[in-house]
Design a protein around this ligand. Sequence first.
Ligand SMILES: Cc1cc2nc3c(=O)[nH]c(=O)nc-3n(C[C@H](O)[C@H](O)[C@H](O)COP(=O)(O)OP(=O)(O)OC[C@H]3O[C@@H](n4cnc5c(N)ncnc54)[C@H](O)[C@@H]3O)c2cc1C
Length: 403
Amino acid sequence: MRILISGASIAGPVLAYWLTRSGFDVTVVERAPALRKTGGHAVDLFRPAMEISERMGVLPRIEEHATGTTVLSAYRPWAVKPARIDYLKLIGAFSDRHVEIMRDDLSEIYYDASRDGAEYVFGDQITGIDDDGGVSFEHGTRRRFDLIVGADGLHSGVRRIVFGDDVPERFLGGYLSVVSVPKPLALVGEMDGYFDPDRVAMIYTADHLDDARAVFMFRPTQPLDYDHRDTARQQAQLRAAFSGMSAQVDSWLEEVEHTPAFYFDAITQLELTGWSRGRVTLVGDAGYCPGPAVGGSTSLAVYGAYVLAGEIATAAGDYASAFAAYETTMMPSVVGSRSLARANAKTLVPGSRWGVRALVGVARAVSVLPLGVTQALARLNRKGVRLYDTMPLPDYPAVTART
Ligand SMILES: Cc1cc2nc3c(=O)[nH]c(=O)nc-3n(C[C@H](O)[C@H](O)[C@H](O)COP(=O)(O)OP(=O)(O)OC[C@H]3O[C@@H](n4cnc5c(N)ncnc54)[C@H](O)[C@@H]3O)c2cc1C
């Protein structure tokens, strides 16, 4: 069976790995000319994604590339000194098994694990998909596949071709920007965060990085009139939102015009109720992004890729039943991650001074309480803050039998 995957970031290579281990013939087409090595950001792997990575044999390499952030210094406009927060304890309250890693490092690790078994085509993209599996490409010649999977992110091209432009989505009220800035602006192991009502700016780096990443999240009173292709306008909107926040944040903004990597997007959640049509399905952010930076979507992408491969192998080529089982297994976690992301979008960028005080106060308390106490309290939380650790990890004998 020939399977085409669009997108070689996180979900694509993980899916390619598990499908090839099950004996499928896999091609991955990636629009970028090579594996992306710049402009990424730190992402989180929680328990199930750690276990899937362990089963792939790549966990030691992932742990070697952890960002190593251990302290968050939270600056508030009314306080002379920052609140020093134990970042590991803070994350530990939500997860017993977690690693933070740069997305580009993670992508390379999964790519390396899958590339011997799969055909990778860079610098091309799908332009059309027929009902019988005929696929046309921007550059390559037309080919036929039994299944086509969109693993091509929040603005998925496969989704646009199959579902159209008008898919249900929800704007979570905020905007997110990541800017590559000179490394000396940050300290290895320490994240600095500046918190004001409706805007948060943070900076971090890691030992093995050549730069630092400044992350900006903000909620304007009115949705911005912005165009996702107009970088100059986005940069002006970012400066307008953050300028004057603090001398440090102003120094990060000075880099915006010269940065080699600039990311800007609305924090948007997809609300599709199903991800499959005929021979085509979606995985990761392409199908069920709960919102970048607010919903643990990297773990969901790894988990979704593993489940999809397992269901395809189990159904032995009956893609209709495989896709139905994939959606049934994923749906509770997807619905949970959407509601967690909606709550996080409000909590992480508080709308008032009171909200900032509460956010930093809770983080500080968590970082001084014993870990066992905060984990017990988190387990009582009904909004599902431990959702990602508790996603059940199915075993697929049809896959493991061939590994
Ligand atoms: C700024 C930012 C901060 C984030 N912070 C976090 C965080 O703290 N924690 C967390 O867990 N997650 C975070 N995320 C989310 C995380 O990056 C994604 O959930 C994860 O990368 C999803 O993986 P994916 O493979 O589904 O999609 P993506 O990583 O988006 O990859 C899609 C791939 O498809 C390729 N592509 C796009 N269009 C096409 C096309 N038409 N044809 C072929 N290829 C195409 C792209 O080049 C890319 O390689 C953040 C995201 C952003 C943007």
